[in-house]
Ligand binder design. Structure first.
Ligand code: BDP
Length: 680
């Protein structure tokens, strides 16, 4: 018996990460005493019954009893009363939670808001706070808070590094894995309210009658959790599966086909969220195939959905024929269409103008479409930041973008207030959902920031770490700074000083700065680095591609002068001689080497920090994280060595004194191949 109790409370108990941040490990010390004395009992809203309220109550019971290691009892004195049709400030799904000497009142304008509040209260208590003193008021900052799955019907996941898809399409609708419910719980706990279940490189299968019962089963399971189901729609579906000769958005038969599909979907799923569309990008079909614009295509689908749903149209486009700087293409195609999209169309814009790189300046479209609803797309799965090994906590990257001043219409967060934020999901069949334990933090942070983009990344990390691992202050105190620096470490060892897209071809795993022979210029890392004997970097000023002019003048000005600007974007905007003097006083080449070394050193520090945290972490997860940090140490060194070997082959400069030379010669790195890398 003693052993069993010890197992429950000890940090050494077996853990596999499945419970995510919803572990509710037993409180100790004063916090435990306070909750025990409070003696919670849940008071359901009068008369009302809904599945959502039932779930909110069940979650409170589950969480509280776990925190106290005992079931709640009917005679409890600390009433937690729910009122789910109250008038609260802000959005309907917002809530307030007020504690007093006698209990806690949860008020929201909706049942879903009560569920969000239940999770919010549990988070508050999990962090060891006093139940009587609770005073939380919160409201979602944007209507669409979403995860986009790049999952395919065969169970593979594009850019997925956490196993197979969580969706078992083959056995749906009869089989609904428990994971589907636990996924919804996790999402509801962070305010996610929409899920796109399939890849943007979409299969038309999802629009066939055969798939409708499968989609319905998921939508029914998620509805009580406040989650609406969306699908990625293949634009050519009327041809692919509809028997029509065209998918021209202005063709009456095509319009009728989409209307009929929408009717069938809504008959089965009355709250179907809508369509996500990748059109005329990377070979996907789209309206331009018929000489029509993105607005023609999006508005046609919007008309089919009507007020019932939303078309989320992606702005991620670039085409082989276009000779302009790839960073300029989305703006050039979309900015002229501002004001032409239907009200139920949202344009989904990646954080930066190229493609989910470790660091990019914010996308200029955020400052260019005042009459269009915009949404931010972030990549939670780490396609370009380590592919599912090591630690890269991405909230600092996202807050960097959300907080960026566009110069027109406020910050990016303000610009997307009527749209939303979506993350490309990092979940899979891995027992811990996301492959590494720390990747859970990125899922968590995406939801928290979509709910409230004003949250700061280290606070999010702190609450995540305390709930997921240990609330002993020594743990978050050390792990949070490590998480906070982890993304910069990746920037430093992969693409320092504003470099981008130096990843190998296809899988984007590992370095490939030498690649220069692919059919399309913008597939080649050399296209982005522009490195030659004289210098390195992409001139995006007026003397080069002038991508800078796509930003508001006040913003562009800040990036114009390489001697005065934020050097994190230096080579993004400028082509500079190798001996250009950087702010540190070091010549550019030396500064570059310095930053690669800094990245490698930071990963070593991370591994050391983690070793020091062993006493606070269960052995399973301790070991798993230590192992993945071993991989990251190897990869950081590889990135640094391969990149330096390549730059040296171009600039013929010696390494600064005292620098460790690359372990192997360039040919060694060029010859490495990974045809079996996951996620392709
Ligand atoms: C790229 C990915 C590719 C995606 C594409 C997209 O490599 O797999 O299909 O983004 O966002 O970065 O559509």
């Amino acid at each position: 018996m003693i052993v069993a109790t010890w197992c429950l409370v000890s940090p050494a108990a077996a853990e596999d990460g499945y419970d995510l941040w919803l572990r509710y490990s037993p409180l100790e010390g004063e916090a435990r005493t306070a909750l025990d004395r409070f003696d919670p009992v849940i008071v359901r809203p009068a008369g009302a019954h809904s599945d959502t309220v039932d779930i909110a109550v069940a979650e409170l019971e589950r969480g509280l009893s776990s925190l106290m290691e005992r079931p709640l009892h009917a005679g409890g004195t600390g009433a937690i009363a729910l009122e789910c049709n109250a008038a609260v400030e802000g959005a309907r799904d917002g809530y307030d939670i007020a504690g007093s000497d006698t209990g806690i009142t949860i008020r929201s304008g909706s049942d879903t808001g009560c569920l969000y509040a239940a999770f919010s209260l549990l988070r508050y208590l999990s962090l060891g706070n006093d139940p009587h003193a609770v005073d939380l008021a919160s409201s979602p900052a944007m209507p669409l808070r979403m995860l986009d799955h790049w999952d395919n019907p065969d169970g593979s996941v594009e850019r997925g590094y956490a196993g197979r898809s969580i969706f078992d399409w083959w056995h749906l609708p009869e089989v609904l894995d428990r994971r589907i419910i636990d996924y919804a719980r996790a999402n509801a706990s962070i305010g996610i309210n929409g899920v796109v279940v399939n890849n943007v490189n979409a299969s038309a299968l999802f629009l066939t009658p055969r798939y409708l019962p499968k989609l319905k089963r998921l939508a029914d399971a998620w509805r009580p959790y406040g989650i609406r189901l969306y699908i990625s729609a293949r634009f050519s579906a009327p041809r692919d599966i509809g028997g029509l000769a065209t998918a021209d958005p202005l063709d009456p038969a095509v319009r009728a086909w989409w209307r009929a599909r929408a009717e069938a979907i809504y008959a089965a799923i009355p709250d179907f969220g809508g369509f996500l569309v990748k059109a005329n990008s990377e070979g996907q079909p789209g309206p331009q195939d018929y000489g029509r614009t993105h607005a023609d295509g999006a508005n046609m689908l919007a008309a089919a959905l009507g007020e019932r749903g939303t078309v989320i149209w992606r702005a991620f486009v670039y085409s082989a024929e276009d000779e302009t700087d790839r960073a300029k293409q989305a703006y050039e195609e979309f900015a002229p269409l501002d004001g032409q999209f239907a009200d139920n169309v949202v344009l989904q814009v990646k954080n930066g103008p190229i493609d989910f790189q470790p660091r990019e300046p914010f996308h200029p479209l955020f400052g260019a479409m005042p009459n269009t609803r915009l949404m931010l797309e972030a990549q939670v799965t780490r396609e370009y930041l380590g592919q599912g090994s090591g630690i890269a906590y991405l909230a600092p990257m996202w807050t960097e973008v959300l907080g960026a001043q566009t110069g027109r219409g406020g910050t990016v967060a303000q610009v997307i207030a009527h749209g939303g934020m979506a993350g490309v999901a990092n979940t899979g069949s891995a027992r811990n959902w996301s492959g590494t334990d720390f990747d859970q933090a990125n899922w968590y942070a995406l939801g928290r920031l979509a709910w409230d983009p004003a949250l700061v990344s280290d606070e999010i990390a702190r609450e995540w770490a305390a709930q997921t691992f240990s609330r002993d202050p020594a743990f978050p105190n050390r792990v949070v700074p490590m998480m906070q620096r982890s993304r910069q470490a990746v920037v430093d060892y992969m693409t320092p000083l504003g470099l981008a897209h130096q990843m190998a071809t296809g899988h984007h795993y590992g370095p490939g700065p030498w690649v220069c022979d692919l059919a399309r210029p913008e597939w080649n890392p050399c296209y982005y680095s522009r490195a030659d004997a004289e210098g390195i970097g992409f001139d995006r000023t007026a003397s080069g591609s002038d991508a800078l002019a796509q930003y508001a003048p006040a913003i562009a000005e800040g990036w114009e002068d390489p001697a005065a600007m934020d050097e994190d974007y230096l080579l993004w905007f400028h082509h500079l001689p190798w001996d250009f003097e950087t702010r540190s006083g070091r010549p550019l080449w030396d500064e570059l080497v310095h930053r690669y070394d800094r990245g490698v050193a930071e990963v070593e520090t991370m591994a050391r920090t983690w070793r020091s945290l062993r006493p606070y972490v269960d052995p399973e997860r301790y070991r798993a994280v230590a192992e993945t940090l071993n991989i990251q140490q190897r990869e950081a060194k590889w990135w640094r060595d391969a990149s330096l070997a390549y730059w040296q082959s171009i600039n013929h400069l010696p390494l600064p004194a005292g620098t460790t030379p690359p372990e192997h010669d360039l040919e060694y790195y060029r010859a490495l191949a990974f045809p079996e890398a996951p996620g392709q």
